[in-house]
Design a protein around this ligand. Structure first.
Ligand code: GDP
Ligand code: MN
Length: 362
């Protein structure tokens, strides 16, 4: 499971890794307020689960709150690397002197963690590995032995830092290892770790959590690990359960519809899983209408409705919802208040979805 930059930075902050002051915004107005509160020039960063945002136009700078609002508006209407931008991180802009790379991942062949640092940060580290591998310093870390201050200093010693930055960077490396190990991460990366006028800061954060360890982590299970299949049609489908997935596909096909994809949120999904599922299905460019077909059992229709409402702002596509089962009435009422109709009959719902997909195709 990938974490967003702002989530990674929240974890870093808890572990004492310095991060720039800032907050996430979901609207231009919010971005303006955050910039005002920070009282400095700011950097606005699109929150999507992809790297290389800088090059793709997902990182912008603003000198005034007004400009921050305008740029946030641009970013929030963007699609970046296939993801709709829903949130923007607004942070104090740092006076960057140097950009360093620091990352820990798992070397499967060795069965150990491998810690890598480089004085050539900011850019794609694979590129550095290709072009000048001598500029990357690495060492294996045995989880039974652990990672100690002398190891951090040894790694940092190749970076050519002054003594003050050297101490700070070594300390960050030590804490980054703690994040990696305690969060059951497959990857914990800071690129760039910056030496700035204001000090040493993690200017970016990338954390990937091992999905097999999620049960012992305090993250809510998200839609990322769920069964997802892409097809060729134009109807995006969200269902719960493999059986319902099959019968939904069959019904659509039988009635002359073509599914674009389907995502199975499984049993007992909460609103957050539903929200993520909806955003994920909507991100597929072929989707013209989204068909949400839920049979309430352990899954509660009111939770599903809350997830739909939470995601709806970020989605411009028509929705067709069918609920049957646990808390059906509550779910229908919640959506009705928001102007979304709900079907109870699967055939009727499927027909409606097909109709809307054809309308959109014209
Ligand atoms: P990525 O491209 O998705 O990895 O996004 P990053 O968070 O790494 O940002 C890309 C680049 O933007 C960094 O390498 C920096 O050069 C630049 N950048 C990010 N934050 C700041 C900042 O506070 N001040 C300045 N001057 N540059 C920044
Ligand atoms: Mn980066």
């Amino acid at each position: 499971m990938n974490l967003y930059e702002y989530q990674g930075k929240e974890i870093f902050a808890r572990y004492g890794i310095p991060v720039p002051r800032g907050e996430v915004a979901s609207s231009p107005e919010e971005a303006r307020r955050i910039a005002e509160k920070l009282g400095t020039s700011v950097v606005l960063k699109a929150q999507v689960l992809a790297g290389g945002r800088g090059k793709a136009g997902g990182v912008k700078f603003a000198d005034t709150p007004k400009e921050a609002a305008r740029l946030a508006k641009d970013l929030l209407s963007m699609k970046l690397k296939g993801f709709k931008v829903e949130k923007v991180l607004v942070e104090q802009k740092l006076g960057i002197r140097r950009e360093i790379y620091a990352g820990i991942t798992i070397d499967r062949a060795e069965g150990k963690a491998v810690f890598m640092v480089s004085g050539e940060g900011g850019v794609d580290i694979e590129e550095v590995a290709e072009r000048s591998p001598e500029k990357i310093f690495s060492r294996h870390v045995d989880s039974f032995v652990g990672f100690y201050p002398y190891m951090a200093r040894e790694l940092a010693s190749g970076l050519g830092l002054d003594s003050e930055s050297f101490k700070k960077v070594s300390d960050v490396l030590l804490k980054l290892y703690r994040v990696f190990s305690e969060k059951d991460a497959q990857l914990a990366e800071i690129n760039p770790l910056v030496i700035a006028e204001e000090g040493v800061f993690a200017a970016d954060a990338k954390i990937v959590i091992d999905e097999d360890a999620l049960f012992r982590q305090d993250f809510e299970k998200k839609a990322r690990g769920l069964p997802y299949v892409e097809l060729d049609g134009s109807i995006g489908c969200i269902v719960n359960g493999a059986g319902l997935a099959m019968s939904t596909m069959d019904t659509l096909k039988h009635l002359g519809g073509e599914p674009a994809n389907f995502l199975d949120i499984g049993g007992g999904a909460g609103s957050e899983v539903m929200r993520e599922a909806l955003l994920r299905v909507a991100a597929h460019p072929k989707v013209k209408v989204i068909f949400i077909n839920i049979l309430g059992g352990i899954t509660r229709c009111d939770e599903i409705a809350r997830g739909i409402l939470a995601a709806r702002q970020g989605i411009a596509l028509p929705l067709v919802v069918r609920f049957r089962g646990t808390n059906e009435e509550e779910g229908i009422a919640l959506l009705r208040d928001a102007g979304i109709g709900v079907e109870r009959d699967m055939i009727a719902a499927a027909k409606l979805a097909i109709e809307k997909s054809k309308e959109a195709g014209r």
